[in-house]
Design a protein around this ligand. Structure first.
Ligand code: 5AD
Ligand code: SF4
Length: 470
């Protein structure tokens, strides 16, 4: 068989799998079901939509119930807890498989890129049928076909890739918003982080492919896109000719029918004045910036290999706020990095108090083997880390509440995202700055952008009233 493109080859395997699945369905007298469970970040969620897209084309019916004919875990390994969670859930899956020996269990994603994980799975979790990694998500149909035909376990992990495969099927969790990959991998090697090892080197997608994908999404009802990359600010550096992230944004802005543009994640070291200018001028780019700080101590930032100081970070925030006064700023912070002293921690608290983040994700440092930080001395004792973590969280929560209260009594544009599961007759949506608001409405409002009066700030969210449709 010869194919001109990878997607053509994969389509061939999708068709082959579909024949097998159809005959199984006929024998069983029912549809076969597939459940994809995602752990970790937005990148993984996006990959899962591609994985489910392939499985749907093969003929599997999507389910959220893990008592399915095929269960695929898309794993995360950024912190050790994520790994432990997978091993625990696998124990539970094996019990389900005992009752349904035909069941296929697959594992993919970041954790599979670690050789010691795969070794452990092969030794102690032999009921797993398919294992693949982050670089060959597009191969699912081919790997599944091999498993269906041979009855044997299939394992295919690539160490890296330069390939970007376009034009594969994908399903979308939401009809009106979608993540869009603009780049893959990371070249930054922050000393605590395993991502560059499991996601490989930075690769940017062609602007033409990105624009085409967004146009197609908009034709299908999407009004908001989230541009995804580990470090979107370095988008395009590997392209020939080079294209900056700011230039890409300007092109995306021109797409008719698209109403909101978000992106993540921005690395402070690469955030250009050009980008700030583009955001300030834009009607579509949401006034929100996720700007991971990690630590407020210049000393630790150096050891973390972050390439900015506390002062540079604060200046950047000042510049952002000057150009875009209503911008919502969020962050990631790690507590308990090796060698973190009370003074270092106080520097972090100081940045939190100066920046006044709208919200922040806080993480306890987790040792990832293979990263430079794992070999560093002076791991911080657990009780000290816990104490710092609690102090940090209470400062962040207090500030978040105060910041939320500032918009109480104003009217803001809100994209209605879902029916509220807790309050009957209510829906929930997001402001441009990403804050959540609950208001009266029905499922017919989902996907609409409406003006909402923020009647009451309730800690981290609002209760609002629809003023009128825009
Ligand atoms: N320990 C704790 N947090 C980590 N992160 C990345 N690696 C680690 C680690 N080893 C956090 C960073 C990053 C976020 C996605 O996860 O804050 O921004
Ligand atoms: Fe990890 Fe740093 Fe890359 Fe973010 S920028 S994925 S923290 S190495």
């Amino acid at each position: 068989m010869s194919f001109t493109t990878e997607s053509e080859k994969q389509q061939f395997y999708i068709d082959k799998c579909r024949e097998i699945i159809r005959s199984r369905e006929a024998a069983l007298g029912r549809k076969l079901t597939a459940c994809v469970v995602t752990f970790g970040c937005q990148m993984n969620f996006k990959d899962s939509e591609k994985l489910m897209g392939i499985l749907s084309e093969i003929g599997y019916e999507e389910t959220e119930d893990e008592h399915a004919d095929l269960v695929l875990y898309n794993t995360c390994t950024v912190r050790e807890n994520a790994n432990l969670k997978i091993y625990g859930r696998l124990g539970y899956l094996s019990k389900i498989k005992e009752k349904n020996p035909e069941m296929i269990i697959g594992l993919c994603g970041c954790m599979m890129q670690e050789p010691q994980v795969v070794e452990k799975l092969n030794k102690s979790y032999r009921f797993v049928d398919i294992i693949f990694g982050t670089h060959n998500v597009f191969l699912l149909a081919e790997l599944l076909y091999e498993r269906l035909i041979s009855g044997h376990k299939v394992e295919d992990i690539w160490e890296g890739t330069t390939e970007i495969v376009e034009d594969l099927p994908s399903v979308r969790k939401y009809s009106f918003k979608s993540g869009v990959n603009i780049m893959y991998g990371c070249n930054n090697f922050c000393s605590y982080c395993i991502v560059p090892y499991v996601r490989g080197r930075e690769r940017s997608r062609n602007p033409k492919d990105i624009i085409e994908e967004i146009r197609e999404l908009v034709n299908n009802g999407v009004v908001e896109v989230m541009l995804l990359g580990q470090n979107v600010n370095s988008y395009g550096k590997t392209l020939e000719p080079q294209v900056s992230f700011a230039e890409l944004l300007k092109k995306i802005e021109e797409i008719d029918g698209l109403q909101r543009i978000r992106f993540m994640t921005s690395h402070p070291k690469d955030l250009s004045d050009e980008l700030i200018e583009v955001i300030a001028q834009s009607k579509k780019i949401c006034k929100q910036m996720h700007l991971p700080l990690q630590s407020g101590s210049s000393r630790l930032l150096k050891v973390m290999n972050r390439h900015y100081t506390k002062e540079q970070y604060l200046l950047l925030v000042e510049k952002l706020r000057k150009a875009i006064p209503d911008i919502g700023i969020t962050t990631d912070i790690i507590v308990g990095f090796p060698g973190e002293t009370e003074e270092d921690f106080l520097e972090t608290l100081d940045v939190v108090k100066k920046v006044r983040y709208d919200s922040a994700f806080t993480f306890i440092y987790s040792k990832r083997s293979g990263t430079p930080a794992a070999k560093m001395d002076h791991q911080v004792p657990e009780e000290i880390v816990k104490d710092r973590f609690d102090r940090l969280l209470s400062a962040i929560n207090q500030i978040s509440k105060e910041k939320t209260a500032l918009l109480e009594g104003t009217t803001q544009e809100v994209l209605i995202e879902e029916v509220n599961k807790k309050i009957d007759g209510y829906v929930s949506g997001r402001l441009s700055n990403n804050s959540v608001v609950h208001l009266k409405g029905s499922k017919d409002d989902i996907g609409k952008i409406v003006n909402v009066y923020l009647k009451e700030a309730k800690g981290f969210y609002y209760m609002g009233e629809m003023v009128e449709e825009r």
